[in-house]
Design a protein around this ligand. Sequence first.
Ligand code: PLP
Length: 382
Amino acid sequence: MRMDKTSQYKILDEHYYMPAFSRDMAIVKGAGSKVWDAEGKEYIDCVAGIAVCSTGHCHPAVVKAICDQAHELIHCSNLYYIPHQGELAKKLVEITGMHKAFFSNSGAEATDGALKLARVRTGKKEFVAFVHGFHGRTIGSLAVTHKPGIREPFEPLGLKCTFVDYGDLEGLRKAVDDGTAGVIVEPIQGEAGVIIPPDTFLTGIREICDKTGALMIVDEVQTGMGRTGKWLAIQHTKAKPDIVTLAKGIASGFPMGALLAREGLEFKKGEHGSTFAGGPLACAAALATIGVIEKILPDVSRKGELFNKGLRKYNPRIRGLMIGISIGDKCPELQKKCAEQGVLVNCAADGNLRLVPPLVITDAEIDRVVRVIDGALGQVML
Ligand code: PLP
């Protein structure tokens, strides 16, 4: 009997790949908000590589930028000036309101860079982060990531971090002291299931940091690059961070991360570096991505509102195209039912359905997604 293509992927994976992920599907093609699995089934993709494929899959402008650059130069080194790097840094400075940029290859590395910058410029050692917060899985970023199940097996992590309840300014006031180099916060907690704090929480963190000289590090890895209807989620508030981290949606799936910092905060020669970070292909992909997002950004909040209208009875938490709904332990079943109906969704922590579709998703696609989720929820909640 001939084996289907998904099974072929599965067998290789089981034999040769470390089993760190749970998966049962192979995605082999994408265009716009749609993807196709190895058997040719079509889906509207509301996972988008977990908030990565901001411009949709294989946006022609991004593909062209990567291909054009690949024909010229794939890699040189940060020993030299790199095509597109300065131009991208300038663009990111403009859209974030920060002063200077530094590139990495992932969100976790952006976190590590931010922690290093905070330590080296404040001369302080410790950090404060939030319960259910997620900042990455390198040894450094893991130290400020809360989830005990993924952090504790790797302790000691060599970095002291105190965790405070998300939203608890009183707790934060007690935790931040003269030894605190920085407070790291997601403006909306993504991995926790799209948890949106009151705006006063973020401005409150700013005030507390100002009192002690701790730096406010805003992790926009998931919320940034237009996801919430503004370039940064923190831009919905009056709070001005000291350091911002970006990754995920920055280059439409080409691996890249960045940190940006306000005036007076920068790495000096030799303090940080990376072989691949800010390479020509990544910078070309990011510049093209920003060009696309500039055009669609004004429409992101309206599209979020369409989701809101369609799913209102389930009390969604929505900011732009970042959507969370508390489902509980039926969430995996819902995810499966939606996939059967041709819609990919994702369950974040604690039974929270998370929708982070490409920002280019069309109104008609949103309408279909809403109908599928509504129907599937009706079935699993019976
Ligand atoms: N920070 C946040 C808020 C994230 O959501 C993630 C990934 O999910 C990271 C950091 C880590 O990014 P990466 O997986 O690219 O290392």
